[in-house]
Write a protein that binds this ligand. Sequence first.
Ligand SMILES: [Zn+2]
Length: 443
Amino acid sequence: MKRLFFKDARCIDREGQTSGPKTLVVENGLIAWLGDEIGDGRRPSGEGRTFFPGPSDEIIPCKGLFISPGLVNLHTHSPMNIFKGIAEDASPDRWFNEEIWPYESKMQGDDVEAGASMAIAEMLDNGVTAFADHYFFADRICKAVHEMGIRADIAPTLFGSVGNMQSQLDGAAALIGEWKGRSPRISLRLGPHSPYTCSPDDLAQCAKMAQALGVGAHIHVEDGEGQVAASLQRWGQTPMEIVSRSGLMDVPLIVGHAWWLLDKERELIKTGTWIAVCMKTYMKLGEGPGRAWALSDDFPLCIGTDGAASSNGLSPIEQVRLLGLVGKYMRKDAEAFPLERLWRILMRGHDALPFGTGSLSAGAPADFLVWDLHRPNTFPVYNPLAAIIYSSDPRNVLHSVIDGRFMKRDGVLLLDTEAIVARAGACAEGIIARGKGRSSLVF
Ligand SMILES: [Zn+2]
């Protein structure tokens, strides 16, 4: 079995600490070794093993480059990549009710797979090694993920208000059963849409089913300020109170947004619940400043991008950059949201997913990036975190490795990008030709 020796790279760990140069050895999809004494072909070392590169191994010179864990996009709707730019300058009300949901009502499985494939290509280019998705026709997303090599945690979207929740749950359970154990790169969970499209009873039913299936859940909560008041009026509880009482926090839970989380709701967040903030969506849809600015460093904030119909891009770096910049601006404090904190927020998504990724250590899955920061946009590198968070773009992601396999090499995606874009183009034409349908959903 061929081993890969990434030789003489400086390493950035998940705390943002830099060390090295070191050599990282990949074997059978895992990091077999990370150390500074091996891989030079002369000095054997290691706990009972040597790591001389043999004739069938490959050395990848990394002098002057940086290795870090991959990036996680903890909340997205990958198929919506196909709607990028279709509903611009629209209020959330118009965006949902007059544009996106009517178009989505006519969406077909092929559109979902084409949009997801294009999203995966974009995410790989941006250094994403794992993402948490939330959409319908989830079987087609599983297929795209399986074929393209990325990791993903996929939640079939469940809309309580448009039909029988039990039949939707049965469909999701069948899909989970079908994919269980089929790929170490794919996990599934339930995706109740939100407390404003699912009743408290629907959410409790989802929590029960998640417990029975031994899976987690992924939901939207409080992306808009008005949702809190509307929920209080309709149910006498805030959206996060409803989620808390439903039992959904008793299973591993990803919450998209919680952007307007009230102070009193913070204590409801249980261990195992992770909040994915998607800064660009809030800015673009005019959702207002939110309440994340006072949260302490140990609050389980992570980074998502939301779908590209609202954020027009799937880069976690862009999202964390905006979070840091707006955080300093809102707090009127340049020392707020320091780089190490932003990096920890970026890396925390690994903990929210069940893949065991995020660590550059022997035995961990070989999911990592090799950054080339010797480029005009990022050089000189006095501070690698500043170069990555405030200056980098996808060209700085030189190599991307997932499950021990190159996804991007020497700055080039190892995919047929042209075919992926052409397929998405054909589906986009079909979407416009079919036009908008009637959606029974109401934002
Ligand atoms: Zn979302």
